[in-house]
Each structure stands twice: as structure tokens, then as C-alpha cells.
Design a protein around this ligand. Sequence first.
Ligand SMILES: [Mg+2]
Length: 296
Amino acid sequence: MDYTCTVLFRTSQQPDWAALGLPIARTTALSDRCYTHDVTFADDAAVAAFRAQIPELSAAYGGDICLQARNDTYRNKKLVVFDMDSTLIQQEVIDMIAAYADVEDKVSAITELAMNGKIDFNESLRRRASLLAGIPATVFESLKPDIRFTPGAHELCRALKKLGCTLAVVSGGFVPLARWVKAELGLDYAYANTLEISPDGTVLTGQVVGDIVNADRKAQLLRQIAAENGLSPEHAVAIGDGANDLVMMAAAGFGVAFNAKPIVQQKAPARLNTPTLLDVLYILGYSADEQRALLA
Ligand SMILES: [Mg+2]
């Protein structure tokens, strides 16, 4: 059972790995703050025992520890599918639109209901969209100047394209901004929800049209994009911060929870809690020198 354990600590202090049951065959420094340990576990129980210690170790040493099977998909990802809000960009677009339309309190109340499991994502999206009836269809254009990309988003996408990856954004947000993000970052695909516009083209009607991009649809889109490109989902990685990204992480061979909610961190294959998306390249196995070469 060959695994790679990627360690991204904020300090150079390292735990006593052997004492923690990590049978290290080889250690490679990817940078002065990131190491990979090649490890071979005796059985599934040994993997599970080490995996169970990861949250505590991460907290104690201040950083991220990621255990992944060392197979032919390591350093060989073909498809990367990103969530948009709080992943590629730093904001939640629905909150920005709510502020624009001055319905923040009402939108927050619906978000709260959804977070407590009182209503599902589709219902919460429909309810939030209905609050936007009558606002100018130009809202998305107005929001673009305020969108802040996550640090490292442009560089990561550029590096992944150099590596030959197909890139996609699948968002529970809205098509006009997802398409814009796709263009800005040089992605290949953008899928999101469509808010209906009045027949005269002036205002939002408050209705959502077409398939709603929820957790299951995100996973379905990942499989669809993989199939269209003749790729196995095993060679895909999904990156997101929300509970509705977990299904696509499971559909992909691998997943990274980026500065994610605690429940998502617990359930995702890997966690990354650093300020820059570029650090995803460490988890995918690329050293600082290789990253510089990819971005040169
Ligand atoms: Mg998100």
C-alpha cells in the first residue's frame, strides 16, 4: 500500500513520524516549507490509523497533511474542476447580489435554513432567486469590478494548463459570472445556474431556469467533462470549499478542500489551509522549482 504523505507546515518543526506510525521510505523536499514522504503501509488498518491522527497533527504543528495513494494519477492529473465562490474567487456572489438588491437579511435567513438542513440547495436557490425579481439584468456587469480572485488562482490555472490539464468551473452561482471567471482564468468549461431575464431584457424575473447546479449535478458535470475529453474521473481532481463540493470530490479520483468549512475538511480527501491556491501544486506533487518553471 504505497502512499505519498504531503506535509505543508508553517514551521520547519516536524513530528516524530516513526513514532506516529508513518513508515517513511523516502523524503523529498518540495520547498523549505513542504515535504513529501513516500510511505508503504502494511494494510488498510495502518492507513486508517495514521489518517485518524491527521486532524490533531495538523492542529498541533500548524499546517496541512495530505495522504494520497501513490499511483499513476499522482503528478498526472488530467482534469481539474473548481468550485467558484470562496474557491476561485473570494466572495459568495449571491451575497454580493443580495447587497446590490438590498435584500441581505432575507437572503441570509434562507442561507441559514439551508445550512441547518431545513431546506435543500434547490429550494434555497429558488427562494433566494425569487428575492431578486425586478433587479436590473445588468447586475452581473456591475459586480465584476468588485470580484476578487483568490491569490494564486491565475497562477495555478496557468501552471495546470502548461501541464496539459483540462480546467472547469462548476458553480452553484450564476452563469454570467462563471463564464467571466472562465475567460479571466483561461478555463475550458463553465457551468452554473441561469437566472431568467424578462422578455424585454431589462430585469431578472426571480426564476431559475434549466438544470440547477447542486452537489449531484457538480459530480455529474465532472464525469461528463471527463467523458467528453476521453479521461477517466480517476485522473480528475475537484477543488472546493463547500459541502456541495464533496460529491464531486468523491466522483473524482481526488479532492482538495480549500480553506473549507470544518465539516468539508473532515470529509474531503485532502485539505489545504493556506492563503494561496498555488499551494495546490504541492499537493499535486510539484516542487517550488518546478512551479517556478511552469510559471516562467
Ligand atoms: Mg464555494
